[in-house]
Design a protein around this ligand. Structure first.
Ligand SMILES: Nc1ccn([C@@H]2O[C@H](COP(=O)(O)OP(=O)(O)OP(=O)(O)O)[C@@H](O)[C@H]2O)c(=O)n1
Ligand SMILES: C[C@](O)(CO)[C@H](O)COP(=O)(O)O
Length: 235
């Protein structure tokens, strides 16, 4: 199989400031079980045989410490540590340019709890459809609310999924999607949106509720609890 021969590249984006976390330190460098969140994330992909290159995208002020992490934690698959852009989409685009293989994933540096099993499900789906994302069905009833705080719609929950990362694509498709978005001045909150705009179907593969994006302070004890409940072999 093509990807099995060439292997996967992954862009791990970690150039955000974590304003919703509200800490002085950017959230990706906060410690969970004595290790920075970003290191937990990188270690998962470092230990997956299918992954052959990892590009880490970070803030300009964090380049040196991230290069030091790569050495200290022996992250041998990290081929580049790059400065990101002002928006997540720009950071992804910069990272993509440094990958070389045919198949790529994009992952948030602040999703350290994704499992190798879920990543493999996503990769397998992308190999057959060209584009796939991990997601979970929403558990709550979701309402659309107007600026006055009044409900204007209740979409059918059966069609609603909370989208996660990684998101996996044929690299040429994702590059094309980013180029189109850039030309149109379109900014999306994930990469799938950019591919959807091309009219290319993106498959949704069911992931795990534990693949949380560490975003606000209450996510930290929850992430610590989940990590404590796992052995390294389970990743
Ligand atoms: N210019 C940016 C913005 C975000 N990200 C990364 O995209 C991921 C998901 O973004 P989010 O959780 O929104 O992180 P922040 O932008 O840091 O958070 P906030 O919106 O609260 O500031 C994070 O790993 C973040 O570091 C990035 O690489 N470059
Ligand atoms: C890509 C993502 O994690 C999918 O849920 C999410 O869209 C990132 O959004 P954010 O606004 O940067 O947190």
């Amino acid at each position: 199989m093509e990807a099995a021969q060439s292997g996967w590249g992954i862009v791990v984006v970690a150039a955000g400031r974590g304003t919703r976390m509200g800490t002085v330190e950017s959230k990706q460098y906060l410690l969970l079980k004595d290790k920075p969140i970003i290191v937990h994330t990188l270690e998962l992909f470092e230990h997956m045989d299918e992954v052959i290159e990892i590009v880490l995208v970070v803030g300009a002020q964090d380049l040196a410490r991230c290069e030091a992490f790569v050495q200290a934690y022996r992250l041998t698959k990290v081929t580049a540590v790059l400065e990101g852009g002002s928006e997540r989409q720009h950071s992804v685009r910069l990272g993509l340019q440094a990958l070389t293989g045919s198949w790529v994933m994009v992952h948030d540096g602040v999703r350290p709890l994704v499992s190798a099993k879920a990543v493999r499900t996503c990769m397998a789906a992308a190999l057959s459809t060209e584009a796939a994302v991990l997601a979970v069905p929403v558990k709550d009833t979701i309402k659309q609310v107007n600026e006055a705080g009044v409900i204007i719609a209740t979409p059918d929950r059966r069609s609603l999924w909370a989208i996660q990362t990684p998101q996996a694509f044929r690299r040429s498709l994702l590059i094309q999607a980013h180029e189109h978005a850039e030309q149109d001045g379109f900014l999306g909150t994930d990469d799938a949106m950019l591919v959807e705009r091309l009219g290319v179907p993106v498959s949704v593969t069911e992931g795990e509720y534990t693949n949380i994006k560490i975003t606000t302070p209450e996510d930290l004890p929850w992430a610590e609890f989940l990590l404590n409940g796992r052995g390294d072999k389970e990743r």
